[in-house]
Design a protein around this ligand. Structure first.
Ligand code: GDP
Length: 298
């Protein structure tokens, strides 16, 4: 995960190790290198600019420290700024005052939504919740069946009254699933919606209609981190078309660069809430900006 960026930043810092104190020229050279490292990691340009400006300002203003040498000071500043750009604090799931809490998943086909639905359900079940998975992706053949398989593996009930042949009414399914959850005392409903391979107005409208029908407590935008800056473009389209409260990054295990992770919060203003790091149901956790920053700087 993020090996390219880690390696690049490590070599930037190692060139500072021999310095007794940092001149303005050293700071300029270092921030130039950091800029290149971030651009190579496919971080969006406005994010790179904001990040580098912040690091430069803090490095210039840094007091001579007894405890930290200049290289360590720069590492600390970069670490703090990485945490900030990744969202600062961990943003936890908001639960409804009156159950069920409704979580709706949106994103492109192939982003990893269905897998994620199972992972999130399993994770919540392990914390003592009783989630209900809802198959409102009636477009993709096999999506309903795939959710049923995932639900079984996660040990979680699945509500899927319609066949996945593109003819059912996903809005009705989503709506009735809430009544079903109340009836069977599920405290959380996780709604898997249809995605397309590319951004598509019809898909956006369907997701927006589902959102209007069920008023979710959380809409989570699920995005494949491996698509780099395209994740940012996709996020902006979903922000306009559906709106969302938080982001889930999937396939971080295959992402050597980290551009999506480092850009999406700053660009959309929405926190990264969860991260998916593999195909297995347990390859999943809440997203912790501080842990991610230390991994990058490890
Ligand atoms: P959906 O179309 O958005 O519902 O996507 P799926 O859940 O069907 O996932 C698409 C593919 O990505 C499947 O082959 C999943 O096994 C794979 N996948 C999902 N999440 C991850 C992940 O975090 N890491 C890796 N390596 N593969 C993943």
């Amino acid at each position: 995960m993020f090996e390219t960026l880690s390696d690049r930043l490590t070599s930037v810092f190692s060139s500072l190790r021999s310095k007794g104190r940092l001149s303005d020229a050293d700071i300029d050279a270092t921030t130039r290198e950091i800029r290149i490292a971030l651009l190579e990691a496919d971080v969006a340009l406005p994010v790179v600019k904001a990040f580098v400006a912040q690091v430069k300002e803090r490095a210039r203003g840094a007091e001579v420290s007894q405890a930290l040498n200049p290289a360590q000071q720069v590492v600390k500043i970069v670490n703090d700024e990485l945490i900030a750009i990744l969202g600062g604090e961990t943003r936890r799931l908001r639960f409804a005052k009156t159950p069920p809490t409704v979580v709706m998943l949106a994103g492109l086909q192939g982003a990893g939504k269905t897998t994620l639905a199972g992972k999130l359900a399993r994770w919540l079940r392990e914390q003592g919740h009783t989630p209900l998975l809802v198959a409102a992706d009636l477009q993709r053949p096999n999506a309903v069946q795939q959710l049923q398989v995932v639900g079984e593996r996660a040990g979680v009930a699945v509500y899927a009254p319609e066949p996945g042949n593109g003819t059912g009414d996903p809005i009705a399914v989503a709506r009735t699933s809430i009544d079903e959850a109340k009836r069977l005392l599920h405290d959380i409903v996780i709604i898997d919606t249809a995605g397309r391979l590319g951004i598509d107005q019809e898909m956006m409208k369907q997701a927006a209609d589902i959102r209007d029908a069920v008023s979710p407590d959380e809409v989570l935008f699920v995005v494949d981190a491996m698509i780099g800056q395209d994740a940012v473009t996709t996020a902006q389209a979903f922000m306009e078309g559906v709106g969302f409260d938080g982001v889930v990054l999937t396939k971080l295990d295959g992402d050597a660069r980290g551009g999506a992770a480092l850009s999406v919060r700053h660009i959309t203003g929405r926190p990264i809430m969860f991260a998916s790091t593999g195909e297995k149901l347990e390859d999943f956790d809440a997203f912790h900006p501080d842990r991610m920053a230390s991994r990058i700087l490890d």
